[in-house]
Design a binder for this molecule. Sequence first.
Ligand SMILES: [Zn+2]
Length: 249
Amino acid sequence: MSRFAQLLLYAPRVGRLRGIPVHLHLSFLLLALYLLLTTKALWVDLVLVLVVFTSVLLHELGHCEGARKVGGLPQRIVLWPLGGLAYNSHEDTAKAELIVSAAGPLVNLVLALIAGGILLVRPDVPGLDQVRAGASTLLTDLVALVATVNALLFVFNVLPAFPLDGGSIARALLRFPLQWKRATLVVGGLGVATAGALIVLGIQWRAGILFGLGLLFLFVSGSEFRKAWRFTPLPEYDDLMPHERRAGS
Ligand SMILES: [Zn+2]
């Protein structure tokens, strides 16, 4: 790997969570620097970064705990400003893929529901209508921020496209009735369609981030589709003696 590529991927270890090393990507520091230089409300921006950071970290921890649940081994978590990555090794079955991939977004859904529930039912915290009317407190703003960030993280991550969790969840569900190859072809095609919709929306709304993400999903979903297209499943060998088994035929 070139020095430039090494620098781009540089993510020093900043701690451990439940025994799993947590790495922080260099771009997080660049984001902090950018905020310091451009912000008009430093505390608001810092709280926003902290809520996003914590929500993404808990999302990735969810994947790691999911991997543990299916007998796998969490290896490390890397946090980027726009998301994280959890590196886990676990067996490749439909059930394991479903549990590990769904565990991350599930954490965000639970956090969004808890925070949304607090806003709706706690009498000592102003309700959503008061937040809208501008009569909110810092605590309410924080709870509303937790609810919003986690709801967005949940919705975004369950879109049926690779490399999102939604792509893996959809494929895992389809792997129960279908083989891996067909399941990947269906979700790869779905991912390309989702990417196309994001690209069109990105152009219509002049939202560069949607356009960029659409291109990324188009590339990754398309390459998963091609990989599955070329994949030749091994026939069932259970009725053959071990010395008769041949790989790739
Ligand atoms: Zn995830």
